[in-house]
Design a protein around this ligand. Structure first.
Ligand SMILES: *[C@@H]1O[C@H](CO)[C@@H](O)[C@H](O)[C@H]1NC(C)=O
Ligand SMILES: *[C@@H]1O[C@H](CO)[C@@H](O)[C@H](O)[C@H]1NC(C)=O
Ligand SMILES: *[C@@H]1O[C@H](CO)[C@@H](O)[C@H](O)[C@H]1NC(C)=O
Ligand SMILES: *[C@@H]1O[C@H](CO)[C@@H](O)[C@H](O)[C@H]1NC(C)=O
Ligand SMILES: *[C@@H]1O[C@H](CO)[C@@H](O)[C@H](O)[C@H]1NC(C)=O
Ligand SMILES: *[C@@H]1O[C@H](CO)[C@@H](O)[C@H](O)[C@H]1NC(C)=O
Ligand SMILES: *[C@@H]1O[C@H](CO)[C@@H](O)[C@H](O)[C@H]1NC(C)=O
Ligand SMILES: *[C@@H]1O[C@H](CO)[C@@H](O)[C@H](O)[C@H]1NC(C)=O
Ligand SMILES: *[C@@H]1O[C@H](CO)[C@@H](O)[C@H](O)[C@H]1NC(C)=O
Ligand SMILES: *[C@@H]1O[C@H](CO)[C@@H](O)[C@H](O)[C@H]1NC(C)=O
Ligand SMILES: *[C@@H]1O[C@H](CO)[C@@H](O)[C@H](O)[C@H]1NC(C)=O
Length: 407
């Protein structure tokens, strides 16, 4: 078993190590504790804390670089900030919520850290989840970085040792994510994601600091998982009927398009207006498919013209419209309007949108969904794997409006 594990884990790392070149001043890290990688049309910074993306620079229709993800100015501040909202990190060992902070494997009940709603449930692996820890940088090249984390048996109540590797690679206009996790000693739940907050205008759209004008399309998401008032799945799968507030599949729609509809109140939990919703990705009718062939989600902003197409083999897609933001989280120096004091340099309610590729949330507590092979991993099983590509382009209409005749 160990030999097999070692072989699997070593393969991608060896390949990376061979192409390693010194980056920057040789340590690879800049004065803010960030690691830069880049390719044509795309440049990003990552930090060991949560294996997080901290900056992602994409050129917009005006040729200006916009920093399109939330984060902090320096790596040391992530541990300092009291309201840690999982900025750009890897939630784990089990992303999203766990009902009652318990689950059962082979008749044995496990209790994990109940870090949300005063102890009613677990969110993103508990108070010391994977995105609250410094990962180890095991490889860093000009266009890729690999982090690893060893999560010991019993941490946050989860059974068994788990070791994880996360590789981010940039190719022209694309950000590739490869996550793997190996369960070494005991069957355990594993579900990872990339918890990135997007504002495709870099908060620099003079007419709005919000993301409500971003257009979202989820072509395979005719269904969603029903949740209770604190966003715990109750087992039911609901239809997203055409033209209903949760219909992002029949055609693209602005995130804010239905915000004044009375149905929207409570759509993201008790008294919450907006989205914090796990949409299913239904591609079974396509037969064996290549997940690289068609995006599961497209998000674009009419102002910057920046469009991101999300490709993944994952079968659920959580959308959170940042209803919990309240103007207390500070923008980075690379974002916002620099010389306009009329607007605070903070993230307003609905100022961002989180998109999480993942599996059906809390499937460990809904055995009738029959997803245990994608949620429970033991020694001897194939490793947990998540693959995604975020592909950037300039939205054709916005590009034409900015530069008639094209360029
Ligand atoms: C070079 O690396 C060191 C060590 O991490 C760091 O303190 C320093 O700020 C870096 N210098 C530059 C110019 O990025
Ligand atoms: C790190 O960033 C935070 C937030 O922008 C800022 O308050 C703090 O002064 C910075 N610390 C250092 C050491 O640069
Ligand atoms: C994590 O990394 C940050 C930034 O590099 C550093 O300030 C902090 O002390 C580290 N925390 C731990 C627990 O090592
Ligand atoms: C909730 O968890 C507790 C242990 O923390 C357990 O005793 C109880 O049976 C669980 N309730 C449900 C409904 O699963
Ligand atoms: C789950 O919640 C949805 C809507 O909130 C409801 O329609 C459904 O009946 C509930 N299912 C169960 C099993 O309680
Ligand atoms: C939601 O917005 C779309 C696009 O504007 C519209 O076609 C649809 O009727 C709206 N649905 C509801 C329930 O308000
Ligand atoms: C932004 O969205 C609002 C509400 O959906 C709409 O009235 C407005 O026209 C949109 N603005 C742009 C620039 O698309
Ligand atoms: C929801 O809003 C109502 C009306 O404002 C309030 O009475 C109630 O306490 C709120 N519930 C929660 C869980 O916040
Ligand atoms: C804003 O949200 C943060 C994070 O949830 C919370 O800690 C803070 O108390 C909130 N502030 C206000 C004024 O509501
Ligand atoms: C902001 O104003 C200062 C002083 O007028 C100027 O030097 C700087 O270039 C401006 N920055 C931006 C981003 O416009
Ligand atoms: C954008 O402009 C190009 C070149 O002028 C044209 O071929 C294309 O149809 C336009 N697309 C849209 C969506 O307006």
């Amino acid at each position: 078993m160990l030999a097999r594990f070692a072989t699997l884990a070593a393969l991608p790392l060896l390949a990376l190590a061979q192409s390693s070149e010194p980056v920057g001043n040789g340590t690879g890290v800049d004065e803010n504790g960030k690691y830069e990688i880049s390719s044509e049309g795309i440049r990003a910074h990552f930090i060991p804390y949560g294996a997080s993306i901290s900056n992602l620079f994409i050129k917009d229709v005006h040729g200006e670089e916009r920093d399109v993800v939330l984060g902090f100015d320096n790596a040391s501040y992530y541990e300092v900030d009291k309201q840690h909202p999982h900025l750009g990190g890897v939630p784990g060992r089990y992303a999203n919520r766990i009902m009652n902070s318990t689950f059962e494997i082979d008749g044995e009940v496990f209790e994990v850290d109940a870090n949300e709603h005063g102890g009613l449930n677990t969110l993103h692996g508990g108070k010391n989840g994977w995105d609250w820890r410094n990962w180890t940088v095991v490889a860093h090249t000009a266009d890729s970085i690999t982090f690893s984390l060893m999560d010991p048996d019993g941490e946050m109540g989860f059974p068994g040792d788990v070791i994880s590797y996360v590789t981010y690679t940039l190719t022209p206009y694309d950000w590739h994510i490869y996550m793997s996790a190996f369960s070494l000693t005991h069957k355990t739940p594993i579900m990872l994601s990339s918890h990135t907050y997007w504002n495709l205008d870099g908060f620099q759209n003079p007419s709005t600091p919000l993301a409500l004008n971003h257009t979202l399309h989820l072509p395979y998401s005719g269904q969603r998982i029903a949740t209770d008032g604190i966003l715990i799945p109750n087992g039911t799968v609901l239809p997203n009927q055409k033209h209903s507030i949760n219909d992002f599949w029949s055609s693209p729609k602005q995130i804010g398009a239905n915000f004044t509809n009375p149905d929207m109140l409570g759509n993201c939990g008790t008294n919450c207006t907006g989205y914090d919703t796990c949409y299913l990705v239904n591609r079974a009718q396509n037969g064996p498919y290549d997940w690289r062939a068609a995006p599961v989600a497209t998000l674009s902003s009419p102002w910057s013209g920046i469009q991101v197409d999300v490709y993944t083999e994952q079968e659920a897609f959580q959308v959170y419209s940042c209803g919990g933001q309240n103007g207390t989280l500070t923008l980075k120096e690379t974002q916002g309007l620099f010389n306009d004091t009329s607007r605070p340099r903070t993230v307003q309610q609905n100022g961002c949108v989180v998109m999480e590729v993942e599996d059906w949330i809390d499937a460990i507590n809904q055995p009738e969904w029959q997803r245990e092979k994608r949620n429970i991993y033991g020694p001897g099983d194939a490793p947990y794997v998540l693959e995604a590509t975020y592909s950037f382009s300039l939205n054709q209409e916005a590009k034409n409006a900015s530069c008639p005749g094209g360029y």
